[in-house]
Write a protein that binds this ligand. Structure first.
Ligand code: FAD
Length: 367
């Protein structure tokens, strides 16, 4: 039986690729992933390659983000257990809290740093740290087992899973979301577009979601390995600066971060911030370098800057009918605004997207 519906997934970041993979299991769909950037590219307009990426839940109780994070853990854990080729491994994780931290980073991590965190029953080995387990200056903390994803392996792995299921990939840049219907590989107009264009949904005609804004993240990738992941509720260097350390699977190096600089679009590495990031990482995880050594003992692979696709009001997973420039209506399902949590919400969110696509195409079939 040939597929009944043509679908274009616009965007090849973690959101678009995970959605395309889940949708490709439905043999009624013929799917094209069309995007300006694809795995292998490094560009300031493409957030996914810059992520650590790990699973540190931040979704507030009762929000879709929380549900997506809850539903994503089993999938990432299964990949770490059964599919080493996906580039995901388990890591011991330490989260520290300081009473004095107030501002964007501590707000971002408000759920993560709770000793009664909702995800204590989701991740394995969750434990509240005793006073004598806390480093100097910390007022509380937890430990658990999480995962770290080597994005340089994981994104191409997602592409390979899609290709196996018949998804076709092609480069394309659209000005208006409706133009994406013309990018289906059959040459026929697509029945539906899944909008996974991240931050650039702010500018794309037919969407122009004014709730989208960037939160700049700067990282240093090093060859050193402290043997565990760690983060805190803030730093002494400004309330939009953060410290997190995560070691990627399969030789991917160790990511030292970072910052959460709202409304900053600049792609150049700030060398002063880079020094602060490296110093803070060593202070928090001294095992990064031989005893008594400083940042000169870090073996730097590269510095990087990515823009998190933040959205006021949270992730937008929604179906909509959009009028194209020719006045004709097209069906769209949005999956945008994944902020600093695009990987840890990816499977839960993509499952919700697939459900909306099914509903939307059923509605069309009934018209
Ligand atoms: P993107 O990856 O930005 O992809 C957008 C896609 O749309 C691209 O293919 C682009 O080319 C395409 N596109 C856009 N406009 C057009 C157009 N007009 N025409 C055609 N194509 C278009 N998340 C976690 O879960 N854990 C972490 O540890 C983590 N760490 C992070 C660290 C940093 C430094 C940063 C920057 C982010 C981090 N994130 C993390 C967040 C995560 O990276 C993002 O939420 C996620 O990558 C967003 O994916 P996306 O697919 O929605 O968007």
């Amino acid at each position: 039986m040939s597929p009944q519906h043509r679908v274009v997934v616009l965007g090849a970041g973690v959101s678009g690729l995970t959605a395309a993979f889940i949708l490709s299991k439905n043999k009624n769909y013929s799917i094209t992933v069309a995007a300006k950037h694809m795995p292998g590219d490094y560009d300031i307009e493409y957030a996914s390659p810059w992520a650590g990426a790990n699973y540190l839940p931040v979704g507030k109780e009762g929000t879709p983000s929380q549900e997506y994070e809850r539903n994503t853990w089993p999938e990432l854990a299964k990949l770490a257990e059964e599919h080493p080729e996906a580039g995901i491994h388990f890591q011991d994780t330490l989260i520290y809290r300081r009473e004095k931290d107030k501002g964007p980073v501590s707000e971002w991590f408000a759920e993560l740093i709770r000793e009664d965190a909702w995800f204590s029953k989701v991740v394995p080995n969750f434990k509240v740290l005793s006073k004598d387990e806390l480093p100097e200056g910390m007022d509380g903390g937890t430990s658990f087992t999480s995962v770290c994803i080597n994005t340089a392996i994981y994104l191409p792995w997602l592409v390979s899973q899609c290709l196996k299921n018949g998804v076709v990939f092609k480069r394309g840049v659209v000005k208006h979301i409706a133009d994406a219907t013309l990018l289906h590989h059959s040459g026929e107009k697509a029945d539906l577009v899944v909008n996974c264009t991240g931050l650039f949904s702010l500018f794309m005609e037919g969407v122009q979601d004014k709730n989208m804004y960037p939160a700049r993240g700067q990282i240093v990738l090093v060859r050193n390995d402290p043997g565990y992941m760690a983060t805190t509720s803030g730093t002494d260097d400004g309330d939009d600066e953060a410290v997190y350390i995560m070691h990627r699977a399969a030789g991917g190096g160790c990511i030292l971060g970072g910052c959460l600089q709202a409304d900053r679009w600049d792609s150049a590495v700030d060398p002063n911030l880079a020094i602060r990031i490296m110093k803070r990482a060593i202070a928090l995880t001294p095992e990064l370098v031989p005893k008594g050594k400083g940042i000169e003992a870090l073996d730097v692979i590269r510095h990087g800057v990515g823009l998190r696709p933040m959205r006021k009001g949270g992730i937008r997973t929604e179906k909509e009918t959009v009028k194209g420039p020719d006045g004709k209506a097209i069906k769209v399902v949005h999956s945008i605004g994944h902020g600093g949590y695009g990987y840890q919400t990816s499977w839960g969110c993509a499952a919700a997207v697939a459900q909306l696509v099914d509903e939307s195409l059923m509605e069309r079939a009934r018209l």
